[in-house]
Ligand binder design. Structure first.
Ligand code: P6P
Length: 334
């Protein structure tokens, strides 16, 4: 990855990237700018939530039976209204809405999946949280009325994906299939400034990230892999370091930058895994693969899973190629 010598804003970068495609209509560029605008507004509220009354729960439950935080709804509203304004998104699927959200412009060409504010359990304790987005083209069908099946596309069909990390600084990272670029928000000028261009994840890392509280319900191969990470072997730089923030975007961004592996496995409590395929795992898998990493459900590539439901979950093993290949060896041997 390279540091930039002069300031390049997100808007400039998007236009420069679009100019590489003579046939580009500018619509995807506009969609990315829409998300950037919403991210600035969400960042402002996240960074002052303690002062306003946006902390705490709003009393409702989401489709997964999790209590919805006020900031979740604020982020959801900001992202959906930003996408609706430019009339190029026809449907949004979000963690905060049970069904699909059709936008006024059924003529829009893009379908967008959102986790508006991932890691919400950390909101009230001031730990980093994030927004995640995943963009698909609407597939041509004989009828125009958009239904859920139009959104059930495998992750390999994503045209763009990214996240916003509201941490010590606010970072927006995205890919359109030409590598991963990251932008840091400068609140003093209200601009996202290019901070890293073309991230490449380390081939192997020495950090493993998993909630070890569910150890007893893991499959045998995973238990043996975590013990492998903890054994001393100077030649393979073990024991590894354990790091787990409990906010997927934060854990994933650290994995992208420093290498290693993030795991959310199937467990007794979550037999199909906890993390959502379409608006957590697929977009972050697109990012990690574009940076040279791997993402699997333990058997197959995350982005090749054919979705059957918009809110379905999956186990995920994601990160540096050597670490992911190693855990697969343990899973398949037991
Ligand atoms: P656990 C946050 O609620 C989230 O959806 C992800 O951001 C995070 O990786 C995971 O759940 C944490 O789950 O069971 O370890 O608290």
């Amino acid at each position: 990855m390279s540091k930039q010598s002069r300031l390049v804003t997100l808007e400039e970068y998007i236009i420069q990237a679009q100019n590489k495609f003579p046939g580009a209509t500018g619509e995807l560029s506009q969609l990315l700018r829409d998300i950037g605008l919403a991210a600035k507004i969400i960042s402002r509220e996240v960074n002052k939530a303690g002062i306003t009354n946006l902390l705490g729960v709003d009393g409702s439950m989401n489709v997964h039976g999790e209590s919805v935080k006020k900031l979740d709804l604020f982020a959801d509203n900001q992202l959906i209204s930003a996408l609706d304004r430019s009339q190029i998104t026809c449907m949004v699927i979000s963690e905060e809405n049970d069904g699909v959200v059709r936008l006024n412009s059924d003529g829009g060409k893009y379908i967008v999946y959102l986790d508006p504010l991932d890691g919400s359990s950390n909101i009230d304790v001031n730990v980093s949280i994030g927004s995640i987005f995943s963009v698909y083209m609407k597939q041509p069908r004989y009828e125009n009325a958009l239904v859920e099946v139009d959104a059930l596309q495998p992750g390999i069909r994503q045209v763009a994906a990214g996240y916003v990390l509201y941490g010590s600084s606010t970072i927006l990272a995205y890919t359109t299939g030409l590598g991963v670029s990251a932008f840091t928000l400068d609140p003093s000028i209200g601009e996202f400034i290019l901070s890293f261009d073309d991230y490449k994840i380390p081939e192997q890392g020495t950090i493993y990230s998993i909630n070890e509280g569910s150890y007893n319900s893991w499959q045998e191969g995973l238990k043996k892999y975590i013990k492998y990470c903890q054994q001393e072997d100077i030649n393979t730089l073990r024991p590894y370091t354990a790091r787990y923030i409990g906010s997927m975007v934060a854990d994933l961004h650290r994995t992208l930058v420093k290498g290693g592996i993030f795991i959310y496995p199937a467990s007794k409590k979550y037999p199909e895994g906890k993390l959502r395929l379409m608006y957590e795992c697929n977009p972050l898998a697109f990012i990690i693969e574009q940076a040279g990493g791997l993402a699997t459900d333990g058997e197959k590539r995350i982005m090749e899973i054919v979705p059957e439901a918009i809110h379905q979950t999956t186990p995920i093993y994601i990160g540096s190629p050597q670490n992911v290949e190693m855990v697969k060896t343990f899973l398949q041997a037991n």
